[in-house]
Design a protein around this ligand. Structure first.
Ligand SMILES: NC(=O)c1ccc[n+]([C@@H]2O[C@H](COP(=O)([O-])OP(=O)(O)OC[C@H]3O[C@@H](n4cnc5c(N)ncnc54)[C@H](OP(=O)(O)O)[C@@H]3O)[C@@H](O)[C@H]2O)c1
Length: 285
């Protein structure tokens, strides 16, 4: 299989551009199975979160893989209930325990609620203490993002947001340019939406390159410079999704896909509804 690509973050660390997301993989056992399978297939980047309640499964798969820990990139995310000058350091230590590791490669604030300023400052301290290599944000915008950018002494290395051909985040990308922040795509396949996957342009290019429609979408993300980690528990999908490094879309083909942008997001819950829905969170053991 052709070599995978890396993205250099604004602190000089190199993140594997492609990985496995484990959102909605239910429980530690199923997660351990999917991550173990992925690592065997050559995946070297796992995206999890406290809220996914499966960090122990990720940790077990990494430990049992026989692969050097330094060759695997682990991202996790703090939940707002973990935020605060005093709470965040404790939450990070618990996360290290659940992941069964001495350090986290990338730690993100998952949502823009609660004491996110205190949490960001505590993440900066964790970088200085060697517990975390890089820090960033997920789902931040507006004045909450401005607040973080004002107080940050370490600029966010990544911004993880909904990002796919129907929702390309041009404005946020422009805003983050001066900070050297790289973009990570969540819902990179529109959460598996058939309408997006079956767009005629993907079918046409899939025929041209002998690939699947999903592989064309993932290749577009890679060539846009996005960091991407589609979720799958299906062995064939896991295999197909990483097999995107042996062909290249032309600049005109990239432009045709860019033209699908129509400000259509799949996650549409308002901030207020999110705030109350998210407040019922139960921390992991
Ligand atoms: N920060 C955030 O707030 C946030 C929010 C959402 C997601 N994320 C991250 O982003 C990752 C990806 O997002 P996501 O899992 O929600 O959406 P996604 O990757 O866009 O879509 C996943 C869906 O696509 C299907 N799929 C995967 N590969 C396929 C293939 N080759 N052919 C056909 N269908 C395929 C999967 O089904 P099968 O399992 O059957 O393959 C699953 O139903 C998450 O796991 C998580 O790490 C972060």
């Amino acid at each position: 299989m052709a070599e995978q690509t890396y993205v250099t973050l604004n602190n000089g660390t190199k993140i594997p551009q492609f990985g496995l997301g484990v959102y909605m993989i239910n429980g530690d056992d199923a997660t351990e199975k999917a991550v173990s399978e992925a690592l065997k297939l050559g995946y070297r980047h796992i995206d999890t979160a406290h809220a996914y309640q499966n960090e122990r499964g990720v940790g077990r798969a990494v430990k049992n893989s026989g692969i050097d820990r330094h060759d695997i990139w682990i991202t996790s995310k703090l939940w707002p209930s973990d935020y605060g000058k005093d709470k965040t350091p404790v939450a990070i230590d618990k996360m290290l325990d659940r992941l069964d590791t001495d350090y986290i490669d990338l730690l993100l604030l998952h949502q823009q609620f609660g004491d996110y300023v205190g949490a960001y400052q505590a993440m900066e301290e964790a970088v200085k203490a060697g517990k975390v290599r890089a820090i960033g944000l997920s789902n931040f915008d507006g004045e909450r993002l401005d607040k973080i950018l004002d107080i940050a002494t370490i600029n966010p290395a990544v911004m993880q947001v909904e990002l796919h051909p129907y929702y390309q985040q041009q404005a946020l990308k422009e805003k983050m340019k001066p900070y050297g922040t790289k973009f990570e795509s969540w819902y990179p396949l529109g959460h598996g939406d058939a309408g997006l996957i079956n767009e005629p342009i993907f079918t046409e290019l899939a025929q041209k390159y002998g690939k699947t429609n999903v592989q064309i979408i993932l290749r577009w993300h890679i060539q846009k410079g996005h960091i991407v980690f589609p979720k799958s528990t299906n062995p064939q999908h896991l295999k197909d999704n990483i097999d995107i490094f042996d062909f290249e879309l032309t600049p005109d083909e990239m432009k045709e896909i860019d033209a699908l942008d129509k400000d259509k997001r799949y996650f549409t819950m308002s901030l207020e509804t999110q705030k109350s829905a998210f407040s019922s969170f139960k921390p992991a053991d």
